[in-house]
Design a protein around this ligand. Structure first.
Ligand code: TYD
Ligand code: MG
Length: 473
């Protein structure tokens, strides 16, 4: 048993404290501090380490350092390679997080089959499901390959030894919350266990050059259960998102030591597991190009790629004296509340006696303010029961004064809109974009101008010049 001291760590933010408290002093979350053991380095340890490394490291000129030695391993799916930053880096540790049932095991089994199909060997260590269950899933996804080795094990030492002995092309640990180190107290999934295991996998991966994928279940709040602290340890953090009842799954990189950290990959879950979706805009728009009151199309940027997304709003007058409900699915509720306040003040409509529901199609989550104006127009459109013009895409951030703010990469967003058959666009004034896309582009300075352009005056290309006249139909 290693010598250890006890401190406490927050399972939400990973912050450490010496004393237990009901509330985390770092992130103010309640009841999240868990006992956590730190291995003490005794005097013998330091000497042993010194004996192992007789020569001290010396500084080396940057220009003389060799570039990354081993090439990345490309998987069959371009969507997966993109999120990983161009393929699997040997010796890297990748955390794949997501809510239970979203498809993490399925995704990694696909990856395993792709490596095996090229003659590589993959070790799949699972403490979640029985080998029979894993076999059943694998059989649905593709041919059963002898290149995939299954290990039903939860003991950290045994898993590490097997990875070392087999030296596979790729190792998968499903999930990190089931792995326990017998040398520590605390059950599987506790902060101590999860952190210690991840640290060990990290050292092992670097030492033998095998990439290791760790599955991590996420709690409701969005932190990897027991704990965020994993994110600091591993090289790459990917989250698999999506509504379980819907097809689309987004794999989002939130940290990547070997590539861009805000790339996404898009997949669809079907009968035979996941499929990659290389043209997500088409998939997202397919269900309703018909203009209806309350529907607006926006373009948001996810990493380097623009996505066309449909937003729907439903505004319902209520007769009771209960406070009106505001329900947002696929976007931040506070952003919605802000946009409602801006609409009431700047577009002169009264929403205090109406329930408002907003839904983003396809189970996508919008995080970009560039969708503000589209969202506001979709609410306005439903309130007035008038559809937005056919083929219109709306781009712009809204400020509290009702001004339309510029957004990044406008030209690329407009190109994506044109590529998918949109014919006109409302964009922030002064952006001078879209000249060559073939779209009718109207520049607007404010919410009022946008409303006039969309609902009142026939849309003509160019800057919006007429004085805003807002109180409409
Ligand atoms: P799974 O990969 O087990 O999720 P996780 O490991 O993240 O908990 O995926 C489970 C879900 O995926 C389950 O609800 C069923 C669905 N699924 C399909 O729809 N089709 C398939 O071919 C497979 C294998 C799973
Ligand atoms: Mg699973």
């Amino acid at each position: 048993m290693p010598k250890s001291t006890v401190t406490f760590m927050c399972s939400e933010c990973g912050g450490e404290s010496l004393r237990w408290a009901g509330q985390c002093p770092h992130c103010q979350a309640w009841n999240t501090l868990q006992e956590f053991q730190v291995r003490k380095s005794g005097p013998g340890r330091k000497q042993a380490a010194a004996a192992q490394a007789p020569t001290r490291s010396r500084p080396v000129p940057l220009s003389q350092i060799e570039s990354e030695a081993a090439p990345r391993r490309s998987l069959a799916w371009g969507e997966l390679n993109r999120v990983l930053g161009g393929g699997v880096v040997p010796g890297s540790v990748v955390l794949v997080g997501g809510e239970p049932g979203v498809g993490k095991s399925t995704l990694l089994m696909h990856a395993a089959q792709q490596v095996a199909a090229k003659g590589g060997r993959v070790l799949y260590a699972s403490g979640e499901e029985s080998p029979q269950q894993i076999r059943m899933r694998a059989a649905r996804l593709g041919p059963l390959s002898s290149g995939i080795l299954l290990l039903a094990e939860t003991d950290l030492d045994s898993i590490c030894e097997t990875i070392r002995a087999e030296a596979p092309e790729m190792a998968i640990v499903d999930s990190i919350q089931t792995v326990t180190d017998a040398g520590f107290e605390g059950g599987a999934g506790s902060v101590t266990q999860v952190r210690e295991s991840a640290g060990r996998f990290m050292r092992l991966a670097k030492e033998i050059g095998v990439p290791i994928f760790l599955v991590g279940h996420v709690t409701k709040e969005g932190a990897i259960a027991g704990p965020r602290v994993l994110e600091h340890i591993v090289d790459t953090v990917l989250y698999l998102e999506g509504d379980r009842r819907q097809e689309l799954r987004i794999l989002r990189a939130t940290k990547n030591r070997f590539g861009s950290a805000d790339e996404i990959g898009v997949f669809a879950m079907g009968e035979a597991g996941l499929e990659e979706v290389s043209d997500p805009s088409a998939a997202l728009l397919s269900n309703g190009a018909v203009a209806s009151p309350g529907t607006a199309v926006v373009v948001v940027l996810e990493g380097t790629r623009p996505l066309l997304i449909e937003i729907q709003s439903l505004v319902n007058k209520i007769e009771t004296n209960y406070p009106p409900r505001r329900i947002a699915s696929g976007m931040d509720i506070n952003r919605l509340l802000m946009l409602i306040a801006v609409l009431e003040k700047r577009a002169n409509i009264s929403l205090g006696k109406s329930d408002i529901f907003v839904n983003v199609a396809g189970g996508i989550r919008i995080t970009e303010p560039a969708a503000d104006l589209g969202l506001a127009l979709s609410i306005f459109s439903n309130t007035r029961d008038r559809p937005l013009p056919d083929g219109l895409v709306v781009i712009g951030e809204l400020g509290l004064a009702g001004e339309v703010r510029r957004v990044g990469q406008l030209e690329r967003r407009l190109q994506e809109a044109a590529r998918h058959g949109m014919t006109r666009a409302l964009i922030p004034a002064g952006a001078r974009a879209g000249r060559h896309t073939g779209l009718h582009v109207v520049e607007v300075r404010s919410l009022a101008e946008a409303i006039s352009a969309a609902f009142l005056s026939p849309m003509k290309s160019g800057a919006f010049v007429k004085e805003p006249e807002v109180s409409v139909p």
